[in-house]
Ligand binder design. Structure first.
Ligand code: HEC
Ligand code: HEC
Length: 290
């Protein structure tokens, strides 16, 4: 991994001051470390059904393996996670294992969340436990055989799951923060990195595009490759996309990326936007057209 970015942080600063972040706009009750992690990690979108109660689950997630329905993660004691201890919660995110020993499917992107710091996990737990409880019971997953067999996840875990935060390995602190945002929190790779036949993230093609993204969407290559990636985007282009959902050609971004902007990146502080953009400029360029 390179330790420098093609983007100079100094140039970005000027543009950043002109754009208020959503975090600054709706500062107040939401402005806690837990709320910040919650937004960045996109928990709300996946765990809230269309027109449903916030975090009460039931959102349908179409995948090549079938349809997942997200669970209720409100603090309802019976139907949500209200009875969970911080340790139960930490284990779900860090290890992908439920309090009753359930092994989770990676449609819950815990292969990303495993990299979250203990402090962020604890802050997120505090935030979630303070949200309104709902007794909603979401539908069961509708998966095709053999993916309907949870026991097979043992194989997936052995092949692909690497538990715990990644060492900074001498990365400059801004790049380390950018990598943390991209990989541990906003899980860009869950959509932008292709998966293998068995649903593992293909790390040799990190962020190089995915022909089979969520809802069958084609997800573009966002490495700095000039021909197939975003190598000709300026840092200002990335800034407008991540803050305002605007593409360089003036169009509004669509599909699940619109949700990522709305739920996650527009809430980033200016420092975090700069860190993520620096990271995007430092990752290897990979030629790949999904
Ligand atoms: C891409 C969609 C997605 C995102 C983003 C997501 N989840 Fe989930 N989550 C799921 C799905 C699907 C499951 C069910 C997995 C299974 O049944 O194995 C799940 C399961 C869970 C569970 C286990 C619940 C139980 O009853 O056992 C918890 C806790 C949880 N998610 C919390 C979170 C938190 C906190 C965040 C944000 C940091 C988050 N999720 C982000 C899709 C998502
Ligand atoms: C839930 C899936 C998902 C996640 C998570 C996600 N993206 Fe995207 N992204 C998409 C899709 C789909 C598109 C294509 C949108 C379109 O064509 O309008 C896209 C488009 C983009 C583009 C425009 C590229 C181009 O050539 O048009 C950039 C840049 C981008 N994403 C960066 C990111 C970054 C950085 C992250 C993490 C902070 C991220 N994305 C997380 C799904 C996702």
């Amino acid at each position: 991994m390179r330790s420098s970015s093609r983007f100079a942080a100094a140039a970005l600063a000027a543009a950043l001051f002109a754009l208020p972040s959503a975090a600054q706009e709706d500062a107040g009750a939401e402005d806690s470390p837990g709320a910040y992690v919650f937004h960045a990690a996109g928990c709300h979108g996946c765990h809230t059904a269309k027109d449903g109660v916030a975090l009460a689950g039931g959102r349908a997630l179409e995948t090549p393996f079938g349809t997942f329905f997200s669970p209720n993660i409100t603090p309802d004691v019976e139907h949500g996670i209200g009875a969970w201890s911080l340790e139960d919660f930490r284990r779900a995110l860090r290890e992908g294992i439920g309090p009753d020993g359930t092994t989770y499917y990676p449609s819950f992107p815990y292969d990303n969340f495993t990299r979250m710091s203990d402090a962020d996990i604890a802050a997120l737990y505090g935030y979630l436990m303070a949200q309104p409880a709902s007794g909603n019971v979401p539908p069961k997953h509708d998966l095709s055989f053999p993916f309907s067999m949870r026991s097979l996840l043992v194989v997936w875990r052995a092949l692909y799951f690497e538990e715990g935060p990644r060492p900074d390995a001498g990365l400059d602190p801004q790049l380390a923060r950018g990598r943390y945002l991209a990989d541990a929190l906003t899980h860009c790779g869950a959509c932008h990195t292709p998966r293998t036949m068995l649903g593992g993230s293909d790390d040799d093609l990190y962020l190089a595009g995915n022909a089979q993204g969520p809802e069958g969407e084609k997800v573009p290559n966002i490495t700095p490759d000039k021909a197939t990636g975003i190598g000709d985007w300026s840092e200002g282009d990335l800034l407008f996309l991540l803050k305002a959902g605007m593409m360089p050609d003036g169009d509004v971004v669509s599909g699940s990326m619109a949700e990522v902007v709305r739920e996650s990146t527009r809430h980033y502080t200016n420092e975090d936007i700069a860190a993520l953009i620096a990271w995007m400029g430092a990752i290897p360029a990979i030629e790949n057209k999904p």
